[in-house]
Design a protein around this ligand. Structure first.
Ligand code: GLC
Ligand code: MG
Length: 548
């Protein structure tokens, strides 16, 4: 890496994505313009002003493509079109242009690991039968055992259960199996097939040509598989897992980067990489691969100073040699809302530990989520905000079983609460029974039920409250925009329960994760605080931004 291009660069105009605030829109739950109970693109278009006022630089749309919704849109049937319930391609094009007029860039989600079983490629492959070229775009394989009745591997799905489903041959007899790391409605693509690679590079161009500024790469560590189909070793060596983090992936993303770099203005690749090994993670951020990748380590840690400090240090250290900026993520459409998570006795996050009936003190969770918002907004790098976190929405934990939609829930036999609780349609106002999510003349209920108190948490309500979560986010992002443009960062000495660091221009962020108030530095000008301060002291679960 050339000196000066690393994590410590100090230039006045870094590229937009190095410190961008990226707002994640889960389209289905953002705003419904036509009253069918499903969020849509016109709903987003009507709220672009809200996102600009909030202080976002870009919008990441979770998949907006035609989909049977077996996995909330991550089962894509056509990568070059829009889900009819969400709108049309023309509307998407208009949305991209109008957003850009307000200073909001667009990032689309691309899903390389799998397609929907309704995708024409898979439909064709099933019909074409064993040995056909159409099947070589997927992982069709004969089964084990005398009648081929056993799965080719015992790989376990991220959504619990099996990863292979047996097909029926055109003659009605049991046939080959196909691989799906997620649901059976999401057959995995075979990335050693050149057509698969070529197709996805064209999909990137399709959206870049329409003005999108970047792509979020879904399940980015999974598309390549070991063709020998071995079982997963108990402790796989780095790069030796049969379907996670295979070395061949880098070549794919280098080709994607070349596509992105063929545009005169910058188009970026953002990877969804769940990897524990920071060195392996950083390999994806080499200068000719992805621009950034989500940092899930921070999000998984509990609300403890030691843990969060360790995560910040490890994150910055892992990124430094790559020159890529860190990313900070408090939540997304897959994980428990921060207000609920931070109100629990165990405030860490893991998919494996999710279960029903874990109590949460939402007042405490809200205080901590407010402090966490100021903490992440003050760190160097880019910041992701999941829709509704700026309203302090809690996880909705009492969705009736028959209304739950997430395959993570029902594939676990009902043990795992799934991800519906963070996907409940947003409250915009008190104007109607859907808390303003749908228009007054709605013809259908919101696709997931909203809690009775949702309107009290609405945007309209919070706009009138100076101490609301929304007001805090707006103030924080406004300050960030002028104060926190470079990557300079240094820790300040503090007691063990406190995180304190300095950013440029004597900007100091201080967070108290302990149980006792701690003295604020003097003399200092208070820029913003996540909660009321006691005279000269920072109370527990509170963050302050100061000029010191
Ligand atoms: C990613 C998405 C998640 C989806 C999965 C399969 O992890 O964030 O929502 O279920 O990939 O596509
Ligand atoms: Mg709608």
């Amino acid at each position: 890496m050339r000196p000066g291009a690393g994590g410590r660069r100090n230039v006045t105009n870094p590229p937009w994505w190095r410190n961008a605030v990226i707002y994640q829109v889960y389209v289905r739950s953002f705003a419904d313009s036509d009253g069918d109970g499903v969020g849509d693109l016109e709903g987003v278009r009507a709220r672009l002003g809200y996102l600009a006022d909030l202080g976002a630089d870009a919008i990441w749309f979770t998949p907006w493509y035609p989909s049977p919704m077996a996995d909330g849109g991550y089962d894509v049937a056509d990568y070059r079109s829009i889900e009819p319930a969400f709108g049309t391609l023309e509307q998407a094009e208009r949305l991209i242009v109008e957003a850009s007029g307000l200073g909001l860039r667009t990032i689309v989600d691309v899903v390389p690991n799998h397609v929907s079983s309704a995708h024409p490629w898979f439909v064709e492959a099933l019909a074409a039968g064993p040995g056909s070229p159409a099947r070589q775009k997927f992982w069709f394989h004969s089964g084990k055992g005398p009648d081929g009745g056993q799965m080719p591997t015992r790989w376990v799905s991220s959504f619990s259960g099996d990863t292979w489903t047996r097909t029926v041959n055109p003659d009605g007899r049991p046939g080959e199996w196909y691989l799906h790391l997620f649901t059976p409605q999401q057959p995995d693509l075979n990335w050693s097939n050149p057509q698969v690679r070529a197709e996805h590079e064209e999909i990137l161009r399709f959206w870049f040509d329409r003005g999108v500024a970047g792509v979020r790469i879904d399940s980015a560590a999974m598309p390549v598989k070991d063709p020998a189909l071995p079982e997963v070793p108990a402790r796989p060596e780095p790069g030796a897992h049969p379907f996670i983090d295979r070395d061949e992936l880098h070549d794919i993303y280098r080709a994607w980067r070349a596509v992105a770099d063929s545009y005169p203005d910058e188009r970026i690749l953002v990877g969804e990489l769940w990897l524990e090994d920071v060195e392996r993670f950083a390999r994806y951020l080499r200068p000719d691969e992805m621009h950034t990748a989500f940092n899930f380590d921070f999000m998984a840690r509990p609300w403890e100073a030691k843990e969060l400090r360790a995560s910040i240090e490890a994150t910055l250290a892992a990124h430094a040699p790559t020159g890529a900026p860190a990313t900070w993520v408090l939540s997304n459409h897959d994980v428990t809302r921060p207000v609920t998570r931070y109100g629990r006795a165990d405030s860490s996050f893991s998919f494996a530990a999710k279960r029903f009936g874990v109590p949460s003190d939402l007042d405490r969770g809200t205080r901590r989520a407010r402090a966490a918002a100021l903490l992440v907004a003050a760190l160097p790098g880019s910041l992701y905000i999941y829709q509704g976190d700026e309203l302090g929405l809690p996880e909705v934990e009492d969705i009736p079983a028959e209304r739950r939609q997430d395959p993570m829930h029902y594939r676990s036999g009902g043990r795992d609460p799934g991800r519906d609780g963070c996907r409940v349609p947003l409250p915009w106002s008190a104007s109607n029974p859907t808390a303003g999510f749908s228009p007054d003349a709605a013809i259908a209920e919101p696709w997931l039920p909203q809690p009775a108190d949702w309107a009290a948490r609405s945007v309209e309500q919070q706009e009138n409250e100076p101490d609301s979560m929304l007001a805090l986010y707006r103030a924080a992002l406004r300050t960030r925009r002028t104060e926190l443009l470079t990557d300079d960062f240094s820790w300040l000495t503090s007691s063990a329960d406190v995180l304190a660091f300095r950013r440029p221009a004597n900007f100091v962020c201080m967070v108290n994760l302990g149980t006792e108030p701690v003295p604020l530095p003097e003399p200092a000008e208070l820029l913003l605080a996540s909660g009321p301060l006691a005279e000269g002291f920072l109370p527990p679960d509170t963050a302050a931004w100061l000029r010191h």
